[in-house]
Design a protein around this ligand. Structure first.
Ligand SMILES: [Zn+2]
Ligand SMILES: [Zn+2]
Length: 440
């Protein structure tokens, strides 16, 4: 059976894959500076016949590695039949407005890329996405060191075992998930749109998928007032900190009049100074989340009014700096089931129903535009929270090494199912088209 051969081919690579995971773990890199990890992963892909492009999308640690199988049993090539110039599917029309897309991913200007880019083409294009960034001060507390090796194991096994099928494999290296969200930049530059489906794996306390994730809008707000001695000349002062407190209060009142799924949190970013001086500058950070990007855009507009209103009340001015926005996932249960079934077939431990509580991720921006799914694979005890010392302590254990292999097998098995039965790919695309309208 072909799937067994693919699983064996993944097992054959285990030592190299786990070595890579350990090396990435031992040299944690963050925030788009993941050069060693990208070197390591790209080296293995090139060695195994993938054509590697790097850097891409203006990110030095981002890469795209491709393999095109012609399907006649012959050795395929790292090149597409018609090599794409730059991004395989450049954004239609003029350059995309970066701010517009960031503020409103999946807005009307953007066609449903995954589908539009490859209308029921005969050769499926499977995307495997990996992250490899760590957390500053903590190391690999989110388990991202396992993702690259898992994708590589799956990609090389599919390439070596499926020469009688026509398909394209694209492995994307996506930097800085924890900070600025490299996938956002990559999508804006036209990448991640040359694939029919996007698959990921992620270590976790249970083996499961997610049905949804929260869209996120985050802001740094600076208020500018007028400094004065708080005891001698208070009437001359205009307090930037008063405005910040009023903005916090405004968010509390807003909280009552939004949908249940909206989350809003804030903190003081820059402290304004001693209590006997009316502060002339205060900076706060705010995050707003919802399962709907469209709805969150409306909440964000009301939030901006609150900030402007707070400035007006305090007699100060304000500056609102919005960070790149994250979109919610359009869930794809067909793809979820396919990954979980294959994880089960591979023997992954601790399979549970999809997670109820989820955060925000730049993979949401990808899954807002094309069918995708991430299989989370158990390597720590149930209930363990990510971004923790527990994750770091488990990073090089036998459970972590097995997690790489289970993740690789789940993604490779699901990919093989899609290559074998074109009805599966059709139903994945159909589900995406239907759900896209419901989960905007
Ligand atoms: Zn994380
Ligand atoms: Zn993570």
């Amino acid at each position: 059976m072909l799937k067994e051969r693919i699983f064996e081919e993944i097992d054959r690579q285990k030592e190299r894959l786990c070595e890579m995971a350990d090396t990435i773990f031992d040299h944690p890199e963050c925030d788009g500076e993941e050069m060693m990890a990208a070197d390591l992963l790209c080296g293995y892909l090139a060695e195994n016949g993938f054509s590697v492009e790097r850097p891409i999308a203006g990110l030095k640690s981002a890469f795209r590695a491709m393999y095109h199988s012609v399907g006649n049993g012959a050795e395929g090539s790292g090149r597409m039949a018609e090599p794409p110039a730059g991004p395989a599917e450049p954004p239609a029309g003029p350059a995309e407005p970066p701010a517009g897309l960031a503020a409103n991913p999946g807005g009307p200007a953007e066609p449903p890329a995954g589908l539009a880019a490859n209308p029921s083409g005969p050769a499926p294009r499977i995307g495997l996405l990996c992250e490899y960034d760590a957390l500053a001060g903590l190391g690999h507390g989110c388990g991202h060191h396992m993702q690259g090796p898992a994708c590589l194991g799956a990609a090389v096994a599919l390439k070596n075992c499926c020469r009688d099928r026509a398909f394209t494999l694209v492995v994307y290296g996506t930097p800085a998930e924890e900070t600025f969200g490299g996938k956002i930049n990559m999508m804006e530059a036209g990448y991640l749109k040359d694939i029919d489906v996007a698959l990921m794996m992620h270590g976790g306390p249970d083996t499961c998928t997610d049905i949804r994730c929260l869209a996120l809008s985050s802001f740094d707000v600076t208020f500018y007032g007028k400094k004065a001695h708080a005891a001698i000349m208070p009437e001359e002062g205009r307090s930037a900190f008063d405005a910040l407190l009023l903005a916090f209060q405004g968010v509390e009142f807003l909280r009552e009049h939004v949908r249940d799924d909206v989350r809003m949190h804030y903190t003081v970013k820059t402290l304004p100074g001693p209590e006997n001086v009316v502060p002339s500058e205060a900076v706060g950070s705010f995050a707003l989340r919802s399962f709907s990007r469209d709805y969150l855009d409306q909440v964000a507009e009301r939030f901006r009014d609150i900030v402007r209103g707070a400035a007006l009340m305090a007699g100060v001015t304000c500056e609102i700096a919005e960070k790149p926005a994250l979109a919610n996932k359009v869930p794809n249960l067909t793809l979820n089931d396919l990954l979980v079934e294959n994880a089960r077939l591979a023997g992954a431990p601790g399979i549970t129903p999809p997670r109820e509580r989820t955060g925000s991720t730049d993979f949401g921006n990808v899954m807002h535009e094309l069918p995708g799914s991430c299989i989370r694979v158990k390597f720590v005890p149930s209930g363990t929270s990510s971004h923790s010392k527990d994750y770091v302590e488990a990073g090089k254990t036998e459970a972590a090494h097995s997690c790489v292999i289970y993740g690789a097998k789940a993604m490779a098995g699901a990919s093989l199912d899609m290559l074998t039965d074109c009805k599966i790919m059709e139903s994945i695309k159909r589900e995406f088209a239907e759900k896209r309208e419901l989960y905007r």
